[in-house]
Ligand binder design. Sequence first.
Ligand code: ADP
Ligand code: MG
Length: 573
Amino acid sequence: MAIKLLDPRVISQIAAGEVVERPASVVKELVENSLDAGSTQVSVEAAGSGLGLIRVTDNGSGIPDDEVELAFERHATSKIRELSDLDSISSLGFRGEALPSIAAVARVEVLTCAGGEMTGAFLKLEDGAVVERRRQGRAQGTTVTVRNLFRRVPARLKFLKSPATENGRIAEVVTQYALAFPEVRFTLSIDDRVLLRSPGSGRLLDTVVEVYGPEAAGKMLELSDKQGEWDGGNPVFSHIVVTGLVGAPTVSRTSRGSLSFFVNRRWVSSRLLGKAVEDAYRGLLMQGRYPLGVVNISIPSAEVDVNIHPTKREVRFRDERTVFGSVQGAVRRTLVSLTPVPRIEEPMAAFAPPPVTTVSWESLVEGSSRMPAHAPVAQPLQAPLVALPVLRVMGQLSGSYIVAEGADGLYLIDQHAAHERVLFERVMEQRSKNGVEMQGLLEPATLEVEPKQAEAMKGHIARLAGFGFDIEPFGERTYLVRAVPALLHKKDWVGAIREVLDSASGNNAAERLAMSIACHSAVRAGQSMSHDEMRELVRELERVGVPHTCPHGRPTMIHLSLAQLSRDFGRTG
Ligand code: ADP
Ligand code: MG
């Protein structure tokens, strides 16, 4: 054959092969673009192994109307201008190749609206050329839809694996980015099945619960990063910061696939880093077992070259030994001290465990005035702290109970009782630090007490002040209320005061006041809660000293263990 210059279309298709190897590569590039655009929500849909459809929707910056076509030109990027910009790169993309590459091997539609623009732009491309362009409304953000991937590139199709494998790779990409960006809410659905929903709470552990399940999550250890110290003769380099979670040796896996590395938040594969972690586990894992973990390495951009391969999965470190040492050291220190994730089992440092009443709930609701004066009995300080396992919220039952999964079975949590416990501890802690949050009322309110309450009120006024009530006498039985505890703002604070006035005087008046405040500000039974609200409440409950009972002594949760379930279903014996 005579020598001829290739047709530009063929050049594009050949070049595309470097970036777009398989459906998961498309997902990776689109998700990276969404993250570079500062999105807080990224949703990924795929169908037919990703060959039929891939759609990534985000709420990021959007593409300005007059730049949409340009985004599909080869080497067009908004992320760098000069080669030297790579030394301080903070974006995931920079080569300006993804969109043109994808458009060269698929049918692509983009609908985008940049911040500040009135309407969005819709663009449709076939074989890399624009075939349709119009204005279309959209909230700020971008949706890229990719169809018929590789239909015109049969050679590519031949190299693809089974649908299960290709879907698995798509899920892997989204999962990894969800772990790298815990503050972003990811959703992944494949063939209309939702496979991952990351909470976007900003806490890595919350994402780990969704990805690896509550059992493994409960055994994760937080990487301790003590900078500037000397570690067995090697200085710990402070310009490299290693954070994340690694599994206790008891949650090892049979393959290397459950260890993720992110260098400046870029998901990388690196034998060096893998080796550093495995080294740290030496002597702790049996042969053929591999650790589980999420390791974030933050390092000055000039110390790492990200431009080695078009897919940017590989990086090269300027000083490999230092990186190796930092990662190995951080993991080793964590394993040696075996400190569990502090959020879960952290003792309540600021104040003694709160009192637990010995009276039954029934006797309280029947008539709080009959509550015995000695009722709240302070727990001894040295009482073992009852820590909760990590729980994954599954849903709400009857508008009143949170259904959650833990390592050992099912947990039913009474939302009101649990919230009461959390608020009670918060109120007591704030008071002990003289830091009660108050909320001034727009207009001072008058509060008239009954004759039989008048005496009690005098005794309580200073105490009420300690909890955030600003109350002053305004006549015989009338009081002027100028401020209330912030927790009770717009809630039944009158009820809380009356409850305190009606209860018999005696010891622990402060605790009883805190209980009333907690009870009157806690979420009610029958009040529907969003998934986020439930997760937040469970996380707060994990942190309190005595999570299993409400301040009145009622249980906050019922646990159905897996053993009990097997027994009840006749699976054992
Ligand atoms: P790169 O990411 O390397 O710059 P791409 O081809 O992936 O190259 O994207 C080209 C440009 O299109 C980006 O630089 C960015 O300005 C814009 N872009 C692509 N996707 C998005 C998105 N989801 N949100 C906002 N801008 C985007
Ligand atoms: Mg990109």
